[in-house]
Design a protein around this ligand. Structure first.
Ligand code: X2W
Length: 282
């Protein structure tokens, strides 16, 4: 593709107010398994994250990996069920979850960011007791609900110029248990504990839709509750809007639900006046 150099310079110039607004900001990005795509899409995501870091934002990546867990469970002949969007997780399953999330998926993202010239370090919620959990619901087995967050390790990393990449695996209060934590839940808990400026939930839908099917670009928590009560927000969107509302209550300034498959979704949201997806704030 040939680009007009003048247009490139203008684009950079137009971004200045946004770059100034986000200098020093803490932005938590939830990168869901469905948004990950192929190597080219992964490289593009990584490039956006490195650019954020380069212009003075403190990005913290929290990832999912549900489809990749399903792949390995399938190969091992282990079946798993979901209840209200969360995976019923027995002892054998939680071992696979940790292997896939802390191993395969986490390191793939870390490598992609480093490959773009960033300095990524991958950890899980176990490292430095970042995410201490209790069982979420007896029916779900080893699914964790974060009850204690120790986010100093994340501040130490980003203050040193490092991009933390967090796998949503938690540690138990007792008996060194391992907990499988929903990626959205983990990202919300981390953003809340960091009092982040933005939580970006990258998924494979274009945002929160109204009854006509149009994406609502800006909503208040009251509007989210109203759309949920009327059944317009339903299915897989519910855990995301619940995460958004909980994060806002904990002091996150705004949450954006956006389609991670759109090229440069994070940059569009942060550094242009077009935004992307649905922004929720009080
Ligand atoms: C999720 C963790 C991964 C995840 C799971 O086992 O699939 C629970 O359901 P996505 O790609 O963001 O869906 N954990 C408790 O959240 O991945």
């Amino acid at each position: 593709m040939t680009r007009d150099p003048q247009a490139t310079a203008r684009t950079l110039s137009e971004a200045l107010p946004y770059l100034q607004r986000y200098t020093g900001a803490v932005v938590v990005i939830k990168f869901g398994g469905n948004a990950m795509g192929d190597d080219a899409a992964m490289a593009e995501f990584a490039r956006d994250i490195v650019l954020m870091r380069q212009v003075g934002v403190n990005p913290v990546v929290v990832h999912g990996g549900g489809p990749m867990i399903n792949d390995l469970l399938g190969k091992l002949g282990i079946t798993s069920d979901f209840v209200r969007g969360k995976r019923v997780t027995d002892k054998a399953t939680v071992e696979v979850v940790e292997m896939v999330l802390s191993g395969l998926v986490n390191k793939r993202i870390v490598q992609a960011i480093n490959d773009q010239g960033g300095r990524a370090v991958g950890i899980s919620g176990k490292d430095d007791d970042l995410m201490v959990c209790e069982p979420d619901d007896p029916e779900l087995g080893y699914v964790g609900r974060p009850v204690e967050m120790n986010v100093q390790v994340l501040r130490d990393l980003y203050n040193a110029g490092i991009i933390p990449v967090v796998a949503p695996v938690g540690t138990g209060i007792e008996d060194n248990e391992t907990f499988n934590v929903n990626g959205d839940t983990a990202a919300g808990a981390i953003a809340g504990a960091l009092q982040a400026d933005r939580l970006l939930l990258l998924t494979d839908v274009s945002g929160v839709k109204d009854e006509s099917g149009a994406v609502v670009t800006q909503l208040s928590p009251e509007q989210v509750r109203d759309l949920t009560d009327r059944g317009v927000i339903a299915g897989g969107m519910i855990p995301k809007t619940e995460t958004a509302l909980a994060a806002l209550e904990k002091g996150v300034r705004a949450v954006v639900i956006l389609d991670g498959r759109i090229p440069n979704a994070c940059l569009l949201e942060l550094f242009t006046d077009h935004g992307a997806g649905s922004l929720i704030r009080s």
